[in-house]
Design a protein around this ligand. Sequence first.
Ligand code: IVH
Length: 729
Amino acid sequence: MSAALTKKSVDKLSSAEAGKELDRLAAEIAEHDRRYHGEDAPVISDADYDALRRRNDEIEERFPLLIRADSPSHRVGASVSEKFAKVVHAKPMLSLDNAFNDEDVHDFAVRVRRFLGLKEDDKLALTAEPKIDGLSASLRFENGVLVRGATRGDGAEGEDITANLKTIKDIPLRLRGKAPKVLEVRGEVYMSHREFAALNKRQEKDGKPVYANPRNSAAGSVRQLDPSITASRALNFFAYAWGEASELPADSQWGMLKAFEGFGFAVNPLTRRVDTVDAVLKFYRDIEAKRAKLGYDIDGVVYKVDRLDLQERLGFVSRSPRWAIAHKFPAEQAETILEDIDIQVGRTGKLAPVAKLKAITVGGVVVQNATLHNEDEIARLDVRIGDTVVIQRAGDVIPQVVRVVTEKRPRGAKPFQFPHTCPACGSHAVREVDEKTGKEDVDRRCTGGLICPAQAVERLKHFVSRQAFDIEGFGGVYIETLHEKELLKEPADIFRLTKKPDALDRALAERRAELSAERRAKDGRGETMKSKKETKAAAEADAESKLVENLVTAIDARRKIGFDRFINALGIRHVGETNARLIARNYSNVDAFLAAMEGKNAVAELDAIEGVGEVLAQAIKDFFDEPHNKKLVKNLLKEVTVVPLAARKIAGSPVAGKTVVFTGSLEKMTRQEAKARAESLGAKVAGSVSAKTDLVVAGPGAGSKLTEAQKHGVKVIDEDAWLKLIEGL
Ligand code: IVH
């Protein structure tokens, strides 16, 4: 690399030179990151480092088509998380379902009772614990000694922040008394109001940025590279849950909290054990009244089924336990002006109205956009452009418009007319009517389907995204360009592109020419640059062909794809990563899945999968009923190979990978519980018997399914035999 090139001003670089510079900068910045974060031994000054990043950004702005997949600019803000080693949690760290009012809490209790088959007057003890607004951490003790502390991360994998957690005085380094061989204690790291105020005062005095709220400052403090900084900020910890444990010191949530206290942990002193929903609601109101005086932030109250055997039976749905719920306090609100309503078209064609707001800070966060949900919501609120609106923000939820301050409405403000045509393609946008209920869908959707560029482009972007096909370097700019140039209409086209690199090359070159023409027009230099452009063509063609080569390699690398990613990539309504995995686990391979979607039991079969509800089941079926989707999948399957998910191995489970059908009435558990339990042991639970069924569990009153089982020679057992089979697992 010539020294001259590294110094050449960005507006003088040719495309070929820009490509080389971006390669160099990516490598150099990565090396400095490694030295700084990994070894804590930087070799250049902060100013020089910033200059490298700035040059990278400027080149990218001029040559957007040359942006590398691993560009340093993609890592802004993420570098912090690259400082710590990753920790895979032995047991996932789950989150909680929310209740926003008393009725939601009653519903929770009803759901729990129904699942467990409890009668109305059967006792159901619950713990009620303040919901601390900090960040959760998991502390692993081996033979009573703290060996590792980690953040929650995405629930499956967190960051190793042991040294920092060890500085928190509420966290014992060694458990008191007789400790289990392995015990992971989980709880919340938080900062008191007093410490928060003092810290911000210090930060201000030192000319450093102040924190927006105690939660952010607790999070910022435990994620310091230097543990002495964490130590200088008085953090606290309340224990309330656990992960892996070689043995449990108690058989109830309450007992576990007491045991944590015995081990030397701080447990929130306001926690109570109560027997009725009325009592938990009273607790909620008492705590709400005390909230401002507690000295630390809480954002609600958590209710948990007390008995651990019942918790075990209740299990989990997706990422939250069925045995707990967070009853949230009302969200923070603020007033601002609604400057405009923007209609965005998503990949399912939904016209999503977004309130464009005069920027305002709510709960320490600057808010400029808020969701307006749909047309009915706009009508219900009667929100008009220019109105003063009350917005609210709760936790990480997208801000919402709560109401209009009509007294402040400007004169002449007109009711908002929700468009009946798609802003992206002009097709009709309609509200579908449910055939069964005759009810209108709340969302208006563009009917353009694949002809709607917004939908097509959004779907294709989703298709190549990280959670789906994960095609390296194939970013949004390429999708938009290639879609506009009609080289990309459906997912299979992405793979077809590898066979026409010349067309790909041409399209990208054309786009680049358009971009520089736009830039010239903006710079007011008009036609004068034209001849110069031509002379540069040869050098630039070189860089472009390298780019095309890289893209082709990246696309080819994804011709083999995991079944769950494949399903997620299709962009079916309501199907994200979690649901895609649930479905992929349930079918042995893609052909079996597609065949099942053709069958008349498709919806029932999908609905029978743990974690998949009726709405989702119907959405999947609807997707595969559409001829153009069938064609899309068929074409795609000509290009890619779908690799089935390995059957979940559940240690010692005799039913892992087996298809089980429950029929007749069960006496020791509800049908819902039986299904959830079987699935947690790796079985697939089907709604009907076929030659593929491995086992039928029949209770009294079993009818046609029993006859079917006999016809196919499927093994039939009763409920007791089933319980025996899965005993101790
Ligand atoms: S229990 C399996 N108890 O709230 C259940 N969580 O919204 C795990 N939190 O990620 C959580 N106080 O960070 C539980 N007393 C409490 C809590 C609590 C605060 C946080 C925790 C969790 C989040 C879920």
